[in-house]
Design a binder for this molecule. Structure first.
Ligand code: HEM
Length: 541
């Protein structure tokens, strides 16, 4: 249709020209628009409009389309964006560049030196920025994940108050065991009915219950109540749908055009709002007596904050705190546990070693103390870290340059450029992790592994036979981020995952339901699995 119209229009113009006839105003406008369009195509033959030509990146630029740059490729590959990103690094090496309309130039980097530069050395120059904020503001509001500079400092400082060793000591012997026991009841029910269980679903319920209660005083009871999980479902819908905004710069239009999408988004956001405001309202209504009867939690710290000018946080700001922390505390650890159990079930040798370590160290007890979890189970810690290396719950991230800069290796960055970093790709980079980078090998995290006889002199009878855990530089293992914005919940998440793993592996054996396709990451801002993790659970002999 458009092409036929265009052809007729050109024919008419040629006739007019031959007959020396005057053109209408409308025809002049169309001709001028066509001229501008043609000029723009000549100016931006293979990159997005309004982006700067970068001859210095010629060999590192993914060839794009006139005016649209690399947007068509991103949209085409959006079902496996991590796989394609990883493939591009394999092709281009340590860095490459894309252009996207409205987002501008994106430079993607993939070495520890680049991560260190962006996340620490020149931290102040690389902010979340307006593109990222706009994409997420209807969900995350002005919370910690989308804030920069003073706003971010306020959130970080206020939240840091709760992440103390005292809290961790209480959690490992209290709340984490309580939710672990609830999960065991669910597994027992499935076991007795000989029904497979979706472990991914159950881990999401576990972290929701633990985090909701500990930080905002909300009893979700997701594990103990069967039936739909209103909060969890809304959350999953949003994280999956928001991810498309990173590859589609016109998301603000398409979200409205796709039938029903805008309504569904609003409904899901409404569910988060409902729970957020409920937590705030409940807390504001508490008596002094109620307050004294429970430990201070995250919401207390934010609700009691008084700024220098005497103002306190509004309900909307507290709702944003709620949503940001729920996304941090629920999805990440649950996904870490899901991928860990998947990898254990598909690597029986590792599973066997891990069960041996847990049995040796804990001797059948539930002495999940802070010290035991942090220092006496090196193989378990290695398994968890190796899982997060291959399947980081925050697999990709972007930063925006405030000023011109030069990255390691001499890569020029101009103000407004976007820097893309991916823990998923760095974790699979062979020049960083070795030829076996894409294999699941927990032993890479251990020292003295295999060199100690099982009962070496001076060794405790219940010491782990697997040596010691060796932490990596946070710029090489970036799954918890690094620098000033290092994950605030790193120890919290590690302890929750370790206690839960011990409780489950002491009691049960886990086998994948046969015939399932290999697990793959589902497109999302985090890294859920595409399909349920259907598992057969049996009691250990
Ligand atoms: C395996 C579990 C977890 C992983 C892999 C993880 C990873 C990360 C990553 C990569 C970031 C940086 C995100 C960004 O800048 O956009 C981050 C930030 C953060 N995480 Fe975690 N996280 C985990 C669990 C948790 C938990 C359980 C909590 C809360 C208890 C938490 C609290 C936070 C907070 C508050 C931030 C923002 C820090 C800041 O911007 O200063 N995380 N996390």
């Amino acid at each position: 249709m458009v092409l036929v119209g265009l052809r007729r229009f050109i024919e008419r113009q040629l006739n007019n020209y031959n007959r020396n006839r005057k053109r209408s105003f409308f025809e002049y406008v169309i001709l001028a628009t066509m001229g501008l369009f043609l000029g723009a195509i000549i100016k931006y033959p293979n990159r997005a409009f309004l982006t700067r030509a970068r001859p210095d990146l010629k060999d590192k630029a993914v060839k794009g389309y006139p005016l649209l740059g690399n947007m068509p490729q991103l949209l085409k590959n959006s079902n496996d964006s991590l796989g394609h990103l990883n493939g591009a690094f394999k092709h281009f090496g340590d860095f490459f560049s894309l252009t996207i309309p409205l987002f501008g130039r994106v430079i993607l980097v993939n070495t520890p030196e680049h991560f260190e530069h962006v996340l620490k050395t020149n931290f102040n120059n690389y902010i979340k920025g307006s593109i990222f904020r706009d994409q997420l503001k209807d969900i995350l509001g002005k919370g910690i994940f989308v804030s920069d500079q003073d706003d971010w400092r306020f959130h970080r400082k206020t939240a840091s108050n709760i992440f103390t060793t005292k809290l961790y000591r209480q959690l490992v012997t209290g709340a984490f065991q309580d939710t672990g026991l609830d999960l065991c009841s669910v597994l027992d029910r499935h076991r007795l009915l000989q029904r497979p269980v979706d472990l991914q679903e159950q881990f999401l319920k576990l972290t929701l219950d633990a985090f909701g209660k500990l930080t905002f005083g909300l009893e979700f009871n997701a594990l103990t109540c069967e039936g739909p999980n209103e909060f969890g479902d809304a959350f999953d819908y949003l994280t999956a749908n928001v991810d498309t905004r990173t590859s589609n710069p016109f998301w603000f239009l398409t979200d409205r055009i796709i039938p029903g999408k805008s309504r569904k988004l609003q409904e899901a956001i409404g569910v988060l709002d409902k729970f957020g405001y409920m937590a705030v309202e409940k807390r504001r209504a508490e008596t002094e007596e109620d307050k004294a009867s429970r430990p201070r939690d995250l919401l207390d710290h934010f609700i009691n904050h008084v700024a220098d000018d005497g103002t306190t946080l509004t309900d909307v700001e507290l709702r944003d705190v709620f949503v940001n922390f729920m996304i941090a505390g629920r999805d990440t650890t649950a996904q870490g546990l899901s991928w860990q159990f998947y990898l254990l079930m598909t690597h029986p040798r590792v599973m066997k070693n891990l069960v041996r370590e847990i049995d040796t160290v804990l001797q059948g007890s539930n002495a999940y103390t802070y010290e035991t979890m942090m220092h006496e189970l090196p193989y378990l810690k290695a398994v968890f870290h190796e899982t997060l290396r291959l399947y980081p719950p925050v697999p990709k991230n972007v930063k925006m340059a405030v000023e011109d800069d030069v990255l390691p290796g001499g890569i020029r960055v101009y103000r407004g450029d976007v820097i893309g970093i991916s823990s998923y790709c760095l974790g699979r980079n062979k020049s960083v992790w070795g030829e076996d980078a894409e294999q699941f090998v927990p032993e890479r995290w251990l020292v003295d592994y295999g060199s100690l006889p099982s009962a070496a002199p001076g060794m405790k009878a219940n010491a782990s036979p697997f040596g010691k855990f060796k932490a990596e530089s946070p710029y090489k293992f970036t799954s918890f981020n690094a620098g000033p914005r290092l994950c605030l919940g790193q120890t919290f998440a590690t302890l929750e995952a370790l206690v839960t793993s011990c409780m489950l592996l002491q009691k049960y054996e886990f086998k994948l339901v046969p015939g399932q396709a290999p697990a793959t990451p589902k497109p999302s801002v985090t890294i859920p699995m595409t399909n349920p993790l259907l598992t057969i659970v049996t009691a250990r002999e």
